[in-house]
Design a protein around this ligand. Structure first.
Ligand code: LMR
Length: 394
């Protein structure tokens, strides 16, 4: 049986992680996988996470199973952080999932369960695991225009024209903030236009929010999701705590579904619990409990928000420094979009050959589509990258 398996194409982001590890060169720079690194290259455990974990060790008296949906307190705390105080709780179903990827997977499974013929619209470009999971599940995908490589901004007219073609009951995946891989994001007004369009067409938004707090701040980064959730009868939201709580390996995520009515809520919640049961039974609990502890405790929450803000401002400063370094070297503002982008990623606009040259000649690793993780830089490596970009002729 196993001899019948066909070799699988490796995920390009994870393949890059391995290539970077295997490179013996000193001074190599990892701008690949979306993991935050501080100025010393470490992905730290956040202070509030350490404190919450210490508390849990002291106070937790059982590790017996939770429910299939995970601890309800986690869903309540995280949905409030994302959807805000105005969240329609009487229509909100939610299940904890293994990370944001688990939430995407369960959300796509829910779509397929509810509407096997539904098509799923993905931004062009998007995180490569979106189409990979959809293809694995046999879900038909369509793409909508998103990125204007000339300006480094959003091709909003293209996006609206393409999404106008979505049929009632299709799902539209939107990045809640900090678009991955481009770093180009919708303004609140544009979010309103998208929300109105979806409300008109009857397509169901499926928001992937994995970087809340990394762009313009915790509240600002949730605004698009809230605008959409208020405008449409049904929506799905996949949330990740990997990045903003720095608990990548704890696999902490949440799938939320806004049901069209209080009556539909029970069936929706039941379907989501069933999907958890058949895929992995109970979701991981440790990270979820840490997050709940932090969000529910004023002291821990204040400290977490302060540290997250330091991280965000650090990335913004690196963006400014890089845009400035390129302006100095090129005498043009061609890369000004790097400072306007938000989140961990920006798409530089280099060709695959130029990306390869930067890897070969300078030990700089970015994804082949020239997505780079800004958090992989520090003040000392920004000039090295700027020189490499110029040398590669980007
Ligand atoms: C990324 O896009 O680099 C992250 O979301 C990590 C991953 O799993 O791909």
């Amino acid at each position: 049986m196993l001899t019948d398996l066909k070799p699988q194409a490796p995920d390009k982001i994870l393949a890059l992680m391995s290539a970077y590890k295997a490179d013996p060169r000193e001074g190599k720079i990892d701008l690949g996988v979306g993991v935050y690194k501080d100025a010393t290259g470490l992905t730290p455990v956040m202070r509030a996470v350490k404190a919450a974990e210490r508390r849990l060790v002291e106070t937790q008296d059982t590790k017996t199973y939770t429910g299939l949906a995970g601890d309800p307190a986690f869903a309540e705390a995280l949905s409030a952080l994302i959807l805000g105080p105005g969240a329609p709780r009487d229509r909100l179903a939610a299940v904890a999932t293994p990370g944001g990827t688990g939430a995407i997977r369960q959300g796509l499974e829910l779509i397929r369960m509810a509407a096997p013929e539904a098509r799923v619209w993905l931004s062009d470009p998007t995180w490569p695991n979106h189409p990979a999971i959809a293809a694995y599940l046999g879900i038909e995908t369509k793409t909508y225009r998103y990125f204007d490589s000339e300006t480094g901004g959003v091709d909003f007219d293209g996006l609206m024209a393409d999404l106008a073609q979505a049929a009632p009951g299709d799902a539209v995946v939107l990045h809640g903030c900090c678009h991955n891989p481009t770093g180009a994001n919708l303004t609140p007004d544009q979010w309103r236009d998208v929300a109105d369009l979806l409300a008109r067409t009857g397509a169901v938004p499926f928001i992937d929010i994995a970087y809340q707090g990394f762009g313009d701040g915790l509240e600002a980064d949730a605004q698009g999701t809230r605008i959409v959730a208020e405008a449409v009868p049904e929506a799905l939201v996949a949330a990740s705590c990997s990045k903003n709580f720095g608990i990548y390996r704890e696999r902490t995520g949440l799938l939320m579904a806004l049901a069209p009515s209080a009556e539909a809520l029970g069936v929706t919640q039941g379907a989501m619990a069933t999907l958890n049961r058949v895929n992995f039974s109970f979701p991981p609990d440790h990270g979820a409990r840490v997050v709940t502890e932090i969000l529910a405790d004023d002291g821990l929450r204040t400290d977490w928000e302060a540290e997250l803000e330091e991280v965000r401002l650090g990335m913004l400063a690196l963006r400014e420094q890089l845009a400035h370094a390129l302006r100095d070297r090129l005498g043009s503002d061609r890369f000004g979009f790097l400072a306007a982008h938000r989140g961990m990623f920006s798409r530089l606009g280099a060709t695959p050959e130029q990306v390869e040259a930067m890897r070969r000649d300078h030990g700089i690793y970015m994804v082949g589509d020239s997505r780079m993780n800004i958090a992989g830089l520090n003040r000392a490596t920004v000039p090295v990258l700027a020189d490499a970009i110029v040398a590669a002729g980007v």
